[in-house]
Design a protein around this ligand. Structure first.
Ligand SMILES: Nc1nc2c(ncn2[C@@H]2O[C@H](COP(=O)(O)OP(=O)(O)OP(=O)(O)O)[C@@H](O)[C@H]2O)c(=O)[nH]1
Ligand SMILES: [Mg+2]
Length: 313
C-alpha cells in the first residue's frame, strides 16, 4: 500500500521534481566538488522554491531556516542540498489533522469550489474509496445545474455501490441535500457526500446557496456538514491560494483537496497552500481514476518533490 502511494506521488510530482532538481543542479552541479553555503546560494534556492510554487512566504521561511543552520557549511553536491531542503521543509509543516467523526449518524462532507476544479470526480473517488472500506455511502447530486454532473455521479455511484440521490434538472440543491440527509440517516449510512455546482467566490447568491445547503443537511443531521472540503485545481498554482482565501472568508472550509497534481510542475502549491491558509490539505488528486485520490501525507509528498531519480537517497 505504501509502495503504491509512493509510486503515485512520485509519478504525479515528476514534473515539479524534475524542474526543482534541475535548478538545484544548476545551483550546485554534480561533480563540481561542492560549494559553501553563502547568501548568493540561499537567494538562488529561494528563487527555485518560488518557481515550484511553494510561495514567497514559505520560500523565505525556508531560506531563513537554512541560513541559521547551514550558512558557511560546505555542501558536497546536489543530493545533499536537496536533502537539506527536505529536512527544512518537513520541519515547517504542521502536524496531521485528526478526522472529525460525529458520535452517531452519518458523517457529512460537502464539496465546494469553482467550476471544473474536480468536485464531482473527487466526490466519486471518495465514495468509491469509502465503499471499498466497507462503509455505507450516500451521495447527494446537489449540482442540479449541470445534467452531466448528475450522470457523472450516477456512474461513479453505481461503480462504487453507493446510493445517489438526485433531482430533476434545475431543482433546488438545498432540497436535494435535505432529501439525501434524510435518506442517509434513515438507512444508517456512515457517510454522506454532497457534490455542489461550481461557483465563483465573488457571486453572492451562489455563495448564499452553499449556506442554505449546509442548513438543510443540519436539519436532519445535527452538526452537519462535519467537513466542508474546498476542491482546488492544483495546476492553477498561486491562483488556487487566492481562490481559497476568498472561499474561506464566506464558507467555513475545514479542509482542502488539491486536484490534477499529476502532470503539473507546480506541485509545491500543496505545501504552500496549507501553510498559508492554516487549513489542512486532506487529499490530493493525482489522476482521473478511482485510486488516484490520495491522503495527503506531507512526508511522502516532500520526498516526492525532492528525491533524486534513483529512489531513496
Ligand atoms: N488529471 C487529472 N484530472 C482530474 C483530476 N480530478 C479531476 N480531473 C478532471 O477534471 C475535469 C473536471 O472534473 P469535475 O470533477 O467534473 O470538476 P467539477 O469541479 O465537478 O466541475 P463543475 O461541476 O463543472 O464545477 C474532469 O475531466 C476530470 O476528469 C485529477 O486529479 N487529475
Ligand atoms: Mg461537478
Amino acid at each position: 500500500m505504501l509502495g503504491r502511494l509512493r509510486d503515485t506521488i512520485r509519478n504525479g510530482l515528476r514534473k515539479t521534481r524534475e524542474s526543482l532538481r534541475e535548478r538545484i543542479g544548476t545551483i550546485l552541479p554534480a561533480g563540481s566538488g561542492g560549494r559553501e553555503v553563502d547568501a548568493a546560494m540561499l537567494d538562488e534556492l529561494e528563487e527555485a522554491l518560488v518557481l515550484a510554487d511553494l510561495g514567497a512566504e514559505l520560500a523565505m521561511e525556508l531560506r531563513d531556516g537554512l541560513e541559521e543552520k547551514v550558512l558557511g557549511k560546505k555542501v558536497s553536491g546536489p543530493d545533499e542540498l536537496a536533502r537539506m531542503l527536505e529536512e527544512e521543509l518537513l520541519a515547517l509543516l504542521p502536524p496531521p489533522f485528526p478526522e472529525v467523526r460525529p458520535e452517531s449518524g452519518p458523517r457529512v462532507t460537502l464539496l465546494v469550489g469553482v467550476n471544473g476544479s474536480g468536485k464531482t470526480t473527487t466526490t466519486g473517488k471518495l465514495a468509491a474509496r469509502w465503499a471499498r472500506e466497507g462503509k455505507k455511502v450516500v451521495v447527494a447530486a446537489a449540482d442540479t445545474f449541470r445534467a452531466a454532473a448528475v450522470e457523472q455521479l450516477v456512474v461513479w455511484g453505481e461503480r462504487a455501490g453507493a446510493r445517489v440521490i438526485r433531482a430533476r434538472h434545475g431543482a433546488d440543491p438545498a432540497a436535494v441535500a435535505f432529501d439525501a440527509a434524510k435518506a442517509a440517516a434513515a438507512s444508517g449510512a456512515d457517510e454522506l457526500l454532497v457534490d455542489t455546482a461550481g461557483r465563483l467566490h465573488n457571486k453572492k447568491p451562489l455563495m448564499d446557496e452553499l449556506a442554505k445547503i449546509s442548513r438543510s443537511v443540519s436539519k436532519t443531521i445535527p452538526g452537519a456538514p462535519h467537513d466542508t472540503l474546498l476542491v482546488l485545481d492544483g495546476t492553477t498554482g498561486r491562483n488556487a491560494i487566492l481562490q481559497a482565501r476568498e472561499f474561506a472568508r464566506v464558507t467555513p472550509v475545514t479542509g482542502l483537496v488539491l486536484t490534477k497534481l499529476d502532470g503539473t510542475a507546480r506541485g509545491g502549491v500543496a505545501i504552500a497552500i496549507g501553510r498559508e491558509l492554516g487549513l489542512p490539505v486532506r487529499y490530493v488528486g493525482m489522476g482521473e481514476g478511482e485510486g488516484d485520490l490520495l491522503d495527503f501525507d506531507a512526508r511522502e509528498y516532500v520526498r516526492g518533490l525532492l528525491e533524486p531519480a534513483g529512489g531513496a537517497a
